[in-house]
Structure formats: structure tokens, C-alpha cells
Design a protein around this ligand. Structure first.
Ligand code: NAD
Length: 289
């Protein structure tokens, strides 16, 4: 396929490289990042999109996505598919999809889970919103960049799944960290705490796969001085998206709100920026109730 890839940062760079490695013809555009191996540099987003079968975007936020979509949609050939893999607000995802469809294009929101490691290894999970025809066109590309794809529903459903998943992740990481901090104060050995909780009803991905206590459980950013991993400010971004979505949909999400407030404090007013989101554990350890 002829693919345009716009936004070649930490995630987009390796994803585009994997598509090129699989034999697709990839034209890239980024305002700052260098071209990954096998990707041909274009002078603009519109130039990259011209003649492409699929245009993939991997950008920082919804405002940038809307601006890039305005440039690429008029340049795309009828029937081509615009596939956004960024994590953005549901409203931006739906607005961009509506503009693309009005121009005779297919449109997908296809945010990912799996981080930079998953992007490099081609093991991302894609959660996808959009119609069946557009999904069928892009599916072979998801299979190259990822190991699991779920077609979640109509436009916006992929972003909805992403922010709901990450709201659970933020809440369970905080719960796991505060429980470890309590266990410490109660004199409970951290390894024993892990051995019990990871096989009892308090288990979760945060405890079992990404344990925030160094030296306990599988290797995680805690074992690397809390270098990200998944940075606290990216978790804050996703929790803000879930709270915006909850406000616009009229959903009551008190735990999500509390998690957002805690990560906001951690990132904006404490030392959380640039640290892994599991560094909530040393934060709780430093505090007294
Ligand atoms: P990044 O900042 O490394 O990459 C974004 C790229 O977009 C940058 O290279 C930037 O130069 C480029 N860009 C900005 N404006 C542009 C424009 N107008 N035209 C072309 N290029 C432009 O960010 P990232 O970590 O690659 O994340 C990208 C998206 O993926 C975000 O929405 C993020 O929330 C999501 N995401 C990230 C991770 C992660 O672990 N990093 C995991 C899952 C999802």
C-alpha cells in the first residue's frame, strides 16, 4: 500500500518504520522528528497524503490533529482512509471523522496501548472506531504494527475505549501505591504484600505486571529509578481526557476525578513531571496522613 505517516515521534517513528520494513511504501512528514529508516521524507502533510491509500496520524493532541486533518483531507484521493492513532478527545475524533467522510474518505480513530516498547516491537493493541469498510482497509496495517486489534464501534469508540481503560489504570495504580505505602507503615514486608495481593482479589495489571515497588514482581520502571515507561504527564493527559468526556457525556466518575487531581498535583506542583506514573509510590511514602 501507499501510506502517508504524519507525526513520527516516539510512537509514530517506530510504527512507520515497521510498515516500511513490511514492504509498504511510506511517505512521512513531521515538523521536527527525523525520518525513520525506510520512510521517504515529504515537504508537507498534504504532499505525503497525495495519492496515499491510507493516511496515518500519530500526533500530540486533538487541536493538532484537527489542524493536520484540515491540510490532508483535501489532498487525499476519494476512497482513501484517514486513520488517527493519537490519543485525543472523543469530540475531536468524531469531528475529524465527519469531515473526512463528507469528503468521500474512510475514517478511523485507532488509539493504541503498549507504549514505546510495543511500537518498536510491533506488539501494540489497537482499539478502533469507524465503519467496517475503512476498518477492513486498515486491518493489515494494524496487524503489522500490533498484535491485537478490537473494532469497538462507530467513530469515537476507539478513543472512548482508550480513555476508559486508562482511567482504570490511573485509579488502580494510585490504589496499589497507597496500599504499598500503608503496608510499609504497618511493617508488612513488600515481597509478602506482593505475594498475597498478586494472587488475591486486590490483583490488577498495576500490581501484577507493573509493580510500583522496586525489586518486587516483574521488571518495571520502579527498577529503573522510575524513569518512564509511561510518564506521569501522559497519564495526566489521559485522565483529563476522561474527565472532559465524563463532563460532556454526563457521567459520574468520582474516582477518575480524584486520580486526575492527584496526578495533576504530582506533575504540576511536585516532582512528577518526567517520572514514571508508578512513582506515586515514593510520593505516598514521603507523606504522612
Ligand atoms: P511525541 O511527542 O514523541 O510525537 C509527536 C510527534 O508529532 C512529534 O515528533 C512532533 O514533532 C509531531 N508533530 C507535532 N505537530 C505536528 C504537525 N502539525 N505536523 C506533523 N507533525 C507534528 O509523542 P508520542 O509519544 O509519539 O505520542 C503520540 C501520541 O500517541 C499521543 O497522542 C500520545 O498520547 C499517544 N500515546 C503515547 C504513548 C507513549 O507511551 N508515548 C502510548 C500510547 C499512546
Amino acid at each position: 500500500m501507499k501510506i502517508a505517516f504524519i507525526g513520527l515521534g516516539n510512537m509514530g517513528g517506530p510504527m512507520a518504520a515497521n510498515l516500511a520494513k513490511a514492504g509498504h511504501q511510506v511517505a512521512g512528514f513531521d515538523t521536527a522528528a527525523p525520518m525513520p529508516e525506510g520512510v521517504t521524507k515529504s515537504a508537507s502533510a498534504a504532499e505525503a497524503a497525495t495519492g496515499a491509500d491510507v493516511v496515518i496520524t500519530m500526533l500530540p493532541n486533538g487541536a493538532i490533529l484537527r489542524a493536520v486533518a484540515e491540510q490532508v483531507i483535501p489532498a487525499m484521493r476519494a476512497g482513501a482512509v484517514l486513520c488517527d492513532c493519537s490519543t485525543v478527545d472523543v469530540d475531536s475524533a468524531r469531528a475529524v471523522a465527519a469531515d473526512a467522510q463528507a469528503a468521500g474518505l474512510g475514517a478511523l480513530d485507532a488509539p493504541v496501548s503498549g507504549g514505546i516498547g510495543g511500537a518498536q516491537a510491533g506488539t501494540l493493541t489497537f482499539m478502533v472506531g469507524g465503519d467496517d469498510a475503512a476498518f477492513a482497509t486498515a486491518q493489515p496495517l494494524f496487524d503489522i504494527m500490533g498484535q491485537k486489534t478490537v473494532h469497538c464501534g462507530a467513530s469515537g469508540a476507539g478513543q472512548a475505549a482508550k480513555i476508559c481503560n486508562n482511567m482504570i489504570l490511573g485509579v488502580t495504580m494510585i490504589a496499589t501505591c497507597e496500599a504499598f505505602a500503608l503496608a510499609d507503615k504497618l511493617g508488612l514486608d513488600r515481597q509478602k504484600m506482593f505475594d498475597v495481593v498478586s494472587t488475591s482479589s486486590g490483583y490488577s495489571w498495576s500490581m501484577n505486571a507493573y509493580c510500583p515497588a522496586p525489586g518486587i514482581g516483574p521488571k518495571s520502571p520502579a527498577d529503573n529509578d522510575y524513569k518512564p515507561g509511561f510518564a506521569a504527564e501522559l497519564m495526566l493527559k489521559d485522565l483529563n481526557l476522561s474527565q472532559d468526556a465524563a463532563a460532556s457525556a454526563g457521567a459520574d466518575t468520582p474516582m477518575g476525578r480524584q486520580a486526575r487531581d492527584l496526578y495533576e498535583e504530582f506533575v504540576e506542583r511536585e516532582d512528577g513531571r518526567g517520572r514514571d506514573f508508578s512513582a506515586m509510590l515514593p510520593r505516598f511514602n514521603r507523606r504522612n496522613g
